[in-house]
Design a protein around this ligand. Structure first.
Ligand code: TK8
Length: 337
């Protein structure tokens, strides 16, 4: 019975899709969709945007076209978010961390050491909790489609290896524009300075800041190894990216067009996570080859840092609400059993 209903539904939605595709086909020129992102074209982010663009073109029979603009040429994350809300830009992908000023529940993903593995991250982000947080964006003028992997973040700097917390004392460390990151790294003793990603490379180059933290993939694709000698493996937080649509624009699309975007986003998500994980697996060897000096923290120092960092948890819980916080903890506990 259930199977039958599903088949009928699938056939129906295929039929509706075909019918409205006919409607799209009558449009004179294809819909041009400006899709902005912060990293460069050769990054994991750039590769996944390309997959998304190809998929949209294919699923819409060429009637919807993505104009992808990387390297923050449409502005840093926060600026693009505002352009989407205002309807001046259609789509983007960026860090959830830069969204907390718009939707406070996004701070859930800033929780240090929230996920122990990518598998846990996928399950929570793609499950009801991830959806609930994503849906909160709508009242602010944004539609979230899927989460991509930015990844587990690690520290780099130009001064010295960070083997213990105290090594961070006095290090000018760029953080994302996000109160939890700012607080967390101040707690660790660093001189934390919020900066948009687009200004980071030159800030490192000119020594305006000494260090930063990002996943291996980004350290590699943004060539931070050219201006950073030391990489310390901390894996202090799992950072998601989120694919966003302007709600103003989304509401003007037909159901079939919306479905094209959502289906293509899901295809891009599967590609992006695989690609990112494969690259991250090779990255340490690559970064060593580029001359970076890499150190791991001893289990004792790692635990000390973890202890200190998780002090921000109370602040996060208060911000995202105890219900959401407890629901997340319960779901992770269940998974770990
Ligand atoms: C790219 C950023 C980046 C993030 C950061 O626009 O700012 O450090 O990790 O991926 O969103």
């Amino acid at each position: 019975m259930k199977m039958l209903r599903r088949t009928v539904l699938a056939t129906l939605s295929a039929a509706t899709l075909a019918a409205s595709m006919g409607a799209i086909a009558q449009d004179i020129k294809p819909r041009l969709i400006r899709f902005g992102y912060g990293l460069n074209e050769q990054s994991n982010q750039g590769r996944a945007v390309k997959v998304f663009a190809d998929e949209v073109e294919k699923l819409s029979g060429g009637k919807m076209k993505i104009r992808a603009v990387g390297a923050a040429a449409l502005g840093p994350d926060t600026q693009m978010q505002q352009a989407l809300i205002g309807g001046a830009q259609e789509m983007m992908v960026g860090s959830t961390a830069t969204l907390v000023g718009i939707t406070k529940e996004m701070a859930l993903w800033d929780t240090p050491f929230l996920f122990n593995s990518a598998k846990e991250a996928d399950a929570v982000l793609d499950g009801p909790i991830g959806q609930k947080v994503m849906d909160k964006l709508q009242e602010k003028g944004l539609v979230g489609l899927v989460y991509w992997e930015n990844g587990f973040r690690n520290l780099t700097n130009s001064q010295r290896p960070v083997a213990k917390m105290e090594d961070l004392n006095g290090i000018k460390l760029r953080v994302m524009q996000n109160p939890v990151y700012l607080d967390a790294f101040k707690t660790l003793g660093a001189n934390a300075i919020p900066l948009p990603f687009s200004e980071l490379f030159s800030a490192l180059e000119t020594k305006t800041v000494d260090g930063q933290e990002n996943p291996y993939n980004t350290i590699l694709s943004s060539k931070f190894y050219e201006v950073q000698k030391y990489l310390s493996v901390t894996n202090h937080v799992y950072s998601p990216w989120i694919v966003l649509v302007s709600k103003k624009w989304w509401d003007q699309l037909s159901k079939a067009e919306q479905k094209v975007l959502l289906d293509a986003a899901k295809v891009s998500r599967e590609f992006e996570r695989k690609d990112t994980r494969a690259e991250a697996g090779r990255a340490l060897t690559d970064l060593k080859g580029k001359g970076m000096q890499i150190n791991e923290l001893s289990p004792a120092e790692s635990a000390r840092m973890r202890d200190k960092l998780t002090k921000v948890n109370a602040l996060i819980a208060a911000n995202v609400g105890m219900d959401l916080w407890n629901e997340t903890k319960t779901s992770l506990d269940k998974m770990r059993k």
